[in-house]
Design a protein around this ligand. Structure first.
Ligand code: MN
Length: 251
């Protein structure tokens, strides 16, 4: 089994190394990852400047650093760098949760989504902390889920996997979830630079999580591993009839 491993925290991130080491016995790993951190870059691709890729040592697997985004990495890996296409794409292990609305911003989830759009089974892995990270439970989870997904994952579906940042013996079971609700409040800090200019720094403040049963947000709060399927075919809206009546009645 050929496994493409990427991330959005960059080629030097400890979580990437943890995922590569976790999957080394599972299949033939190829690493293609951004040269630097590109967290929260979402599904961006690079179209107005060249992309460069160069081999990187120290992974016990073929590895490339890429000057672009996580989605660039997946595209470049599949179209140019890998001699044979992957059987499965695994992104992570991300530093920080990707639950609720994080999914829209995450470069890690987007890398998996690109794998899915290209027709490969794909998974994103994240650990729900920023400091004192313990990747062991997420690594064990990846070893179990990556071969399962490679064997059988419904079409147009990727898996977004979030693992509590706890020692493995304190992590609960794997549960299937829906995408939950998480809200970010005051998100900017205004500061002064040394020349008196104002600048803003995004990302200050903790999000508010809604503990709705059955969601990734609630599973993580309970110390469980959240496996959230993400559908790539957005399909008919659940309130299609209401919307059709609204639009038709308004025109
Ligand atoms: Mn990240």
């Amino acid at each position: 089994m050929r496994i493409l491993v990427t991330n959005d925290d960059g080629i030097h991130a400890p979580g990437l190394r943890a995922l590569v080491e976790a999957l080394r016995d599972v299949g033939e790993v190829t690493v293609v990852a951004p040269e630097r951190e590109r967290s929260a870059i979402s599904h961006a691709i690079t179209m107005t400047e060249p992309l460069r890729a160069w081999p990187v040592g120290g992974f016990d697997a073929p590895a490339w650093a890429v000057s672009g985004t996580p989605v660039d990495c997946v595209l470049l890996a599949v179209k140019e760098l890998m001699p044979e296409p992957p059987d499965v794409v695994a992104a992570g292990i991300n530093r920080g949760a990707n639950i609720g609305e994080d999914v829209w911003y995450s470069g890690t989830v987007s890398a998996a989504r690109e794998g899915g759009l290209l027709g490969y089974p794909a998974l994103a892995f994240s650990v729900t902390g920023f400091t004192g990270l313990d990747f062991r439970a997420a690594a064990a989870c990846a070893r179990r889920l990556v071969p399962l997904a490679a064997e059988r994952l419904p079409a147009d579906t990727i898996l977004n996997v979030n693992v509590p940042n706890l020692p493995p013996d304190r992590v609960g079971p794997i549960v299937l979830c829906t995408q939950g609700r998480r809200h970010y409040r005051s998100t900017f800090e205004q500061r002064q630079d040394p020349r008196g200019g104002t600048y803003y720094w995004l990302g200050a403040g903790q999000p508010i999580d809604e503990p709705i049963d059955g969601t990734d947000v609630a599973a993580i709060a309970a110390g469980r591993i959240a496996v959230t399927p993400i559908c790539l075919d957005v399909g008919p809206h659940p309130r299609w009839d209401d919307l059709a009546a609204w639009l038709n009645g308004s025109l």
